[in-house]
Design a protein around this ligand. Structure first.
Ligand code: NAD
Length: 482
């Protein structure tokens, strides 16, 4: 049993009076103990972050960029160690764990290349008005378990780069790699600028209620996002909510099936389907429907599934028992639907751990749980359409609106359809991924606010108008004495 992981509070490593098990999803067995932070530790972390804010906000953007880049370099040096721990706690193949860290570091570099500058709104006969961006104070960041490093890193980078300090809590399913980030941050930033504590859902709620936290940057499910927003209302905290998705990909009738099938497959099944912006509803024109289903099933059959340290493994387990049972329940419900065909998979794998075979479901329609809900597992429903407008209407008929894509040999045709998707990101002949200079977030119940890009930085700042108006002299009132 691995022990000795510490939280970071006011620049120092700290244990907690109690701890909880961290499970390896590839075995279903506990492999480590993680400190379980108390509310008193949260109070001290927030107080430290408030103290540190007073000096940190006075540093220049260049100083903060340099500190974040030094932090990134120190994380890079420990990539192998963090990746191995990520595979153990999250389940993804080791190579994918390394890629997650590399992508997180590339995003950090991209974020500090963005510039949120003071704007001069006017400087004329009416006076001079500057729009300045002021840091908010202490950011409370809460992350889920699917890509813990990829999600923690931009929150740290955006919060710090804009002059805020941070208290971050990872998911209790995958807390350990984020604690390592805290350990590295102790040497990279002044005490109190980065605080990382581990705890369960109650700890997250305490953060949303805490009067010393000015904003919550939350990534997780829609249901929890609503709780976060309701709780944040009591202190009028700012919130950014990056929530679930049920992304549609629309495949038009002129595609090269062989060329796009692998791209579609990995956009749906990468990280075992546990990506907010994975393809979760695949709408395919009837002319290419059977050919594309066959191609996807062939890929599913060729992919090696297993423990992330095994050579050649491309897909790992579902990350935790709760999610595993939820996906199996969705599969049981799917099997009860008349006319639905399970083309491959459909069951758990007969081995320890939370493994589910990649599952492709044909002849399924809206009104079923698998299509209407977010499965967040290795299951893809493939829906048939004849008319593009009908596909668009069905794709948009959802409370989710995170991302979507349109696939066609004719890019202009795909773009015209993509522009009608009610989503925060609409891709053309591509699906998945964030870029540090491109704002990312959801329409509808997929979220509020944006991360990444200049928009992302704005969401970590308050706007202050500094104004020197030159009002024209008032006309003297009739009868007024000079
Ligand atoms: P979750 O909502 O259950 O948990 C997310 C985090 O919130 C965890 O750290 C958890 O401990 C904490 N939490 C739980 N209850 C809380 C409360 N009342 N107050 C404050 N914090 C609380 O989500 P999950 O199951 O960990 O993650 C999967 C979900 O995350 C999926 O819906 C997925 O689509 C979504 N997600 C979204 C994005 C995005 O950028 N839009 C990215 C990744 C994952």
């Amino acid at each position: 049993m691995q022990q000795g992981f510490t939280q970071t509070i006011d620049g120092r490593g700290e244990d907690s009076p109690t701890s909880f098990d961290v499970i390896n999803p590839a075995t279903g067995e506990a492999f480590a103990r993680c400190p379980d932070a108390t509310s008193e530790q949260l109070d001290r972390a927030v107080a430290a972050a408030r103290r540190a804010f007073l000096a940190w906000r006075g540093t220049s953007q260049e100083q903060r960029r340099a500190a974040l880049q030094a932090f990134g370099a120190a994380v890079r040096e420990r990539t192998d160690e963090i990746a191995a721990l990520l595979t153990r706690e999250q389940g993804k193949p080791l190579q994918r764990a390394k890629e997650e860290i590399q992508r997180a570091l590339a995003n950090l570099e991209g974020i500090v290349a963005n510039r949120l500058e003071t704007e001069v709104l006017r400087d004329d006969a009416r006076g001079r008005v500057e729009i300045q961006h002021h840091p908010l104070g202490v950011i409370g960041a809460i992350t889920p378990w699917n890509v813990p490093i990829l999600l923690a890193m931009p929150k740290i980078a955006q919060a710090l780069y804009t002059g805020n300090t941070i208290v971050l809590k990872p998911s209790p399913y995958t807390p350990l790699t984020t604690l390592l980030l805290g350990e590295i941050a102790r040497d990279a930033f002044p005490a109190g600028v980065v605080n990382i504590l581990a705890g369960g859902n109650d700890f997250g709620r305490w953060m949303t209620e805490h009067a010393g936290i000015d904003k919550i940057s939350f990534t997780g499910s829609v249901a929890t996002g609503k709780r976060v927003m309701a709780s944040a209302a009591a202190t009028l905290k700012r919130v950014t909510l990056e929530l679930g998705g049920n992304d549609a990909a629309i495949v038009l009738d002129d595609v090269d099936v062989k060329a796009i099938a692998p791209k579609l497959f990995w956009a749906a099944f990468g990280n075992s389907g546990q990506i907010c912006q994975a393809i979760k509803r695949l709408y395919v024109h009837e002319n290419v429907y059977d050919a594309l289903c066959d191609a996807l099933v062939a890929i599913a059959g060729s992919v090696r599934i297993g423990e992330g340290f095994e050579e050649g493994v491309l897909l790992g387990p579902v990350q935790n028992r709760m999610q595993y049972e939820r996906v199996l329940e969705l599969l049981a419900d799917t099997k009860r639907q008349p006319g639905v065909r399970i083309l491959c998979g459909g069951d758990a794998l007969p081995r320890p751990g939370y493994f589910i075979a990649p599952t492709i479901v044909a002849d399924i329609a809206e009104g079923t749980r698998l299509v209407d809900e977010e499965p967040f597992g290795p299951v893809l429903p493939v829906l048939r359409f004849r008319d593009v407008d009908d596909a668009l209407r069905r794709a948009n008929d959802s409370r989710f609106g995170l991302a979507g894509s349109v696939w066609s040999a004719d890019e202009a045709r795909a773009k015209a359809v993509a522009e009608q998707l009610e989503v925060g990101t609409a891709w053309i002949n591509h699906h998945l991924g964030v870029e540090a200079d491109v704002p990312f977030g959801g329409f509808k119940e997929s979220g509020i606010g944006r991360e990444y890009g200049i928009d992302g930085l704005r969401h970590y700042s308050e706007v202050r108008a500094v104004s020197r108006p030159l009002f024209p002299p008032r006309p003297a009132a009739p009868g007024a004495k000079p």
